[in-house]
Design a protein around this ligand. Structure first.
Ligand SMILES: C[S@@+](CC[C@H](N)C(=O)[O-])C[C@H]1O[C@@H](n2cnc3c(N)ncnc32)[C@H](O)[C@@H]1O
Length: 420
């Protein structure tokens, strides 16, 4: 990073509560701007990442609070009770006092409605994406044209299957390849986009995400994503470290395991107060079902044909396929399954604690997403769960951002200033 202390500068679009920002900070970036529409996620961002009490990273956040704004560029509008402004990148620069051309990297995780489980599988007749937030994201990049761009999204955009248009990715790659600064230098972004599994980068969670790395004015071949550092130890011997397991991350001395359901870890002798180490309340029948599942296997399907068959919930009685992971018990010696915005509900996936007859707590979920131990979470369950389930694991972004910085040091403004 050159001889000066200057750090590369990044702006985080669709920043949520700051998962991606934390990865950038870990990679040594100064985050000079961050924008999202969700007020409660932004409160969490401010509390953890801004100001003098913020968590400690090698990089830093330079503003007091992120900007609440609609990033849809008026294509769709943001569905909210109160009206919030739509912004251009010039507005974002003005708001945070950023000079034109000062930014080294734009990071963005535009949510892709078309690729959720309820996605619309119609082809795109005119070759243009129906997903307007993706279009808006590319237009923000086009306005600034920073040397580096980092893009994160669900894995489905790459490997959605034959029935879903790959036009989304084709469109993104084509448009990024066409973007030109208004100068004589060679334009277009060099592009690399593939699906990475966060577990392969030391995150204690299987989370497959599409990651795009874009570098202005270079060939596609010279843009690379980071090599995995971790591997599944049950497949084949490699020189990588073993995947980090659930127990390695959440079986800890500072968490008290035998919480009463619904009670937070506060006022317990010998343990630090942690209001986020609380689990949801379960009905007695749910607890009994979990106990039976633990006895007979790992899923409600294992209760079939046993003397506990009557504990299978009515909604599952007739199901022959699907929902197999509901009420499932998380394996202690593997990475967690993908954590969703319902990841502290036992009915919503394999989210039961490996040993306790309860869902994982909000703290445990945050730890499995790779958040720091002292990350502060909302007291309202749904908000806490949404912040975690929506996040990008910081370690994954750190790995990608570090590779970009190390591969293209001369592209960074901080580097070129220190070389003078
Ligand atoms: C996948 S989450 C981003 C997660 C975040 N990067 C992190 O790592 O924690 C997508 C975000 O897009 C935001 N969002 C959705 N529509 C938006 C809009 N029109 N304008 C601004 N933000 C929007 C949501 O509030 C949500 O926080």
């Amino acid at each position: 990073m050159g001889t000066s202390d200057a750090k590369p500068k990044a702006v985080d679009l669709f920043c949520g509560a700051g998962g991606a920002s934390m990865g950038l900070l870990q990679a040594g970036f100064e985050v000079v701007g961050a924008v999202d529409a969700d007020e409660s996620a932004l409160d969490v961002y401010s509390e953890n990442l801004c100001g003098s009490n913020s968590l400690d990273f090698s990089g830093e956040v330079t503003f007091n609070e992120p900007l609440r704004a609609d990033l849809s560029r008026d294509y769709t509008g943001y569905d909210t009770a109160d009206s919030i402004p739509t912004v251009t990148f010039a507005d974002i620069r003005d708001h945070f006092g950023i000079e034109t051309g000062e930014i080294d990297l734009i990071c963005g995780c535009p949510p892709c409605q078309n690729f959720s489980a309820l996605r619309d599988t119609d082809p795109w007749p005119d070759g243009e994406p129906k997903d307007e937030l993706l279009r808006a994201f590319v237009e923000f990049v086009e306005e600034e044209v920073p040397p580096l761009v980092l893009f994160e999204n669900v894995s489905n955009i790459v490997n959605a299957g034959d029935d879903v248009p790959t036009a989304y990715v084709d469109w993104l790659l084509r448009r990024m390849g066409e973007i030109n600064r208004d100068d004589s230098r060679r334009g277009g972004y060099g592009r690399e986009l593939s699906v990475l599994n966060a577990a392969d980068y030391g995150v204690p969670q299987r989370r497959r995400r599409s990651i795009g790395a874009f570098v202005y004015g270079v060939d596609d071949d010279s843009v690379t994503l980071p090599d995995p550092t971790h591997a599944n130890p049950t497949i084949a011997a490699t020189d990588r470290e073993d995947w980090v397991t659930v127990d390695e991350r959440i079986n800890r001395d500072d968490l008290k395991e035998d919480l009463e359901l619904g009670h937070a870890q506060t006022g317990i002798d010998g343990f630090p107060d942690d209001p986020a180490h609380r689990s949801r309340r379960h009905h007695d029948s749910t607890v009994q079902m979990i106990q039976a599942i633990r006895k007979h296997g790992g899923s409600w399907k294992d209760l079939r044909g046993t003397d506990d068959e009557d504990k299978i919930k009515d909604c599952h009685q007739d199901l022959s396929t699907g929902a197999a992971s509901a009420y499932g018990i998380m394996a202690a010696d593997e990475p967690a399954p993908t954590l969703t915005t319902r990841c502290t509900n036992v009915s919503s996936g394999r989210f039961t604690h490996p040993r306790e007859n309860r869902a994982i707590t909000f703290r445990e979920a945050a730890l499995l997403m790779g958040f720091p131990e002292s990350f502060s979470l909302p007291s309202i369950n749904e908000k806490a769960e949404r912040v975690i389930g929506n996040a990008v694991p910081p370690q994954l972004i750190r790995a990608v951002a570090t590779t970009l910085v190390e591969s293209f040091p001369s592209m960074l403004h901080a580097e070129s200033k220190s070389a003078r």
